[in-house]
Design a protein around this ligand. Structure first.
Ligand SMILES: Nc1ncnc2c1ncn2[C@@H]1O[C@H](COP(=O)(O)OP(=O)(O)O)[C@@H](O)[C@H]1O
Ligand SMILES: [Mg+2]
Length: 296
């Protein structure tokens, strides 16, 4: 029997990037003989009671065998898992990937090379910023340093700060949100590598270069070009993906001192359209093939 699948994407976010991803997965599934239904996360209501666990107005028989979860609605992903559905990526992998602090904790646990990072304690968010703690962070990481909000994407919540004053102003502006301090890697200014991992292999890669900003994200102006990763880079990207137990992920690598590679980020929900435009490789085909392999 062919498995029956859903693709869930965020029904609230503006733009068509998220639906586009869902449609790419759906097309690849169709090519591989599987019909998949696309649903918005906010069309599904998780129901919980003493003796009930389900989705409002849906019988168990209407639920799929598997879900490609192109969203970060962890509660919904977990609800589906609790209903016995296999979710790709798992709710846990998406949860860790979405939270940069958790991601670096898992990376450090698995000895993945990464920039030195300090997690801002909750004490920083009281409104009275303790200058001594900021000075300690500067002592450890040097200046300039990077501040990243734990939750963010497209480079929009990543900041490069040059002085104690700039840091204090930024912390003030983002207070209440979890964030981290990180060593700035100057050799990677405006430059990174994006490797798309599926299962145990890198299926496509590109280099991103931005001459106007330290962030290489395409959304902040990074230009993409096809890249052939070395064996070491590919192994590092696969190891990072495994560290958070993701089935597939877009892994960002920084160019560190002595030409060493450092993992910057593991995106469990990486967009694959740019990668297709740049490399001609459709990661969705590999993702679906991998999923069908896991399910069989
Ligand atoms: N420690 C760092 N040193 C130098 N550049 C960095 C560092 N961390 C991030 N960057 C740059 O900023 C970009 C965005 O950071 P990232 O952690 O990937 O956040 P996002 O989830 O917003 O993409 C990276 O692609 C990279 O170009
Ligand atoms: Mg990134």
């Amino acid at each position: 029997m062919k498995p029956n699948g859903w693709i869930i994407y965020n029904g609230n976010l503006p733009g068509n990037k998220f639906l586009d991803y869902a449609e790419m997965i759906q097309e690849s599934a169709t090519k591989q003989g599987i019909d998949m239904k696309i649903l918005k996360n906010n069309a599904l209501l998780s129901l919980l009671a003493t003796d009930q666990l389900g989705i409002v107005q849906l019988d168990k028989a209407e639920l799929p065998d598997f879900v490609v979860f192109a969203d970060k609605d962890i509660y919904l992903a977990r609800q589906l898992e609790l209903l016995g559905i296999t979710v790709f990526n798992s709710s846990k992998a998406i949860e860790i990937s979405d939270d940069k602090i958790a991601s670096y904790q898992y990376m450090a646990t698995h000895n993945i090379p990464m920039p030195k990072t300090i997690v801002a304690p909750k004490i920083f968010t009281t409104g009275n910023i303790d200058h001594k703690l900021v000075e300690k962070a500067i002592e450890q990481l040097g200046l300039p340093l990077i501040i990243k909000e734990a939750f963010g994407s497209f480079g929009e919540q990543v900041y490069l700060l040059h002085s104690l004053e700039e840091i204090i102003t930024k912390i003030d502006a983002i207070q209440g949100k979890p964030y981290l301090f990180q060593q700035f890697i100057p050799s990677s200014y405006g430059k990174d590598l994006r490797l798309q991992v599926v299962g145990n292999q890198v299926v496509a890669a590109m280099e991103r270069v931005n001459i106007n900003d330290f962030r290489a994200n395409v959304t902040s102006g990074g230009a993409m070009s096809v890249y052939t990763p070395t064996k070491e880079e590919a192994a590092l990207a696969v190891a990072a993906t495994k560290a958070i137990n993701a089935d597939f992920a877009g892994v960002d690598l920084l160019i560190g001192p002595d030409d060493k590679r450092l993992v910057c980020e593991i995106n469990s929900n990486a967009h694959i359209r740019n990668l297709l435009d740049c490399t001609g490789i459709n990661a969705a085909d590999y993702i679906m093939e991998h999923i069908l392999g896991v399910l069989s």
